[in-house]
Design a protein around this ligand. Structure first.
Ligand SMILES: Nc1ncnc2c1ncn2[C@@H]1O[C@H](COP(=O)(O)OP(=O)(O)OP(=O)(O)O)[C@@H](O)[C@H]1O
Ligand SMILES: [Mg+2]
Length: 223
């Protein structure tokens, strides 16, 4: 079986009397160490799909197997355990803790994992900080960093638990074109280090970094 298998995934939201069918039968498979971009117009269901792939949410129907485990029917606790083991997230608006410095932001996911804020983890956070080119900023707060630097901290945070999969939802949406290049080079580096990288983007240039482009239209895979 492939590393990630999504079979006939649907997602429906009910708000008051209104039923919104967001995903309408998604079939997808990913292998380990693929670099995939997901494109589609606003509202087509990209973030909803990413949330399911990342085990932040479960589908309304259909099956999702991650590394051979059926994860589409797990409860919240089981999902968060799978997330801690497999997934690192990067978002458009960074979501760093403003009162915590760089190193504590990077260590945040270790609090929720079996691992803790041990010396080993602090060493590892420093190594990753070096990898993203921010060793000099360890004690800075997010507001004292540029947007690109903040996103690099967020990427470092995504890497701290050594996830197999990095999910990035429009990670360069708030960045200028030069910074976008730096960040995309960083994702390419993660890919070359063996990670499975999945990026949602509106930008064809960014999509071109990926080995495979998936297009979503009205909650279906297009084409
Ligand atoms: N929690 C929710 N409750 C109700 N409706 C939702 C929820 N999440 C998403 N939707 C609806 O699902 C549709 C798709 O949303 P989604 O965020 O997946 O789109 P998207 O492709 O990521 O768009 P964008 O490019 O603007 O980020 C939208 O119409 C939205 O209103
Ligand atoms: Mg979105």
């Amino acid at each position: 079986m492939s590393f990630c298998v999504l079979k006939n995934i649907t997602k429906t939201f009910k708000i008051a009397d209104q039923i919104i069918n967001v995903l309408n039968g998604i079939n997808l498979t990913f292998e380990k160490n693929e670099f995939i971009s997901i494109m589609g117009t606003s509202g087509s269901g990209k973030s909803t799909l990413m949330n399911i792939i990342g085990c932040l949410d479960v589908p309304t129907s259909g099956e999702y197997y991650l590394d051979g485990k059926l994860v589409s029917k797990l409860n919240d606790n089981e999902l968060s355990s799978i997330r801690g083991d497999y997934i690192g997230f990067v978002f458009q608006s960074f979501y760093l803790l403003s009162y915590s410095n760089v190193i504590d932001n990077i260590l945040l996911p270790t609090i929720y994992s079996h691992k803790q804020k041990t010396m080993g983890n602090i060493e590892k956070a420093r190594e990753i900080l070096n990898l993203v080119g921010l060793s000099e900023r360890e004690n800075f707060k997010p507001a004292q960093l540029s947007g690109g630097q903040q996103q690099r901290v967020a990427i470092a945070r995504a890497l701290i638990n050594d996830p197999e999969i990095i999910l990035a939802d429009e990670p360069t949406g708030q960045l200028d074109s030069n910074t976008t290049k730096d960040i995309m080079n960083l994702f390419s580096k993660m890919h070359s280090l063996g990670k499975t990288v999945i990026i949602v983007t509106h930008d064809q240039n960014i999509a071109n970094h990926a080995n495979k482009v998936i297009r979503i239209e009205d909650g279906r895979i297009a084409g």
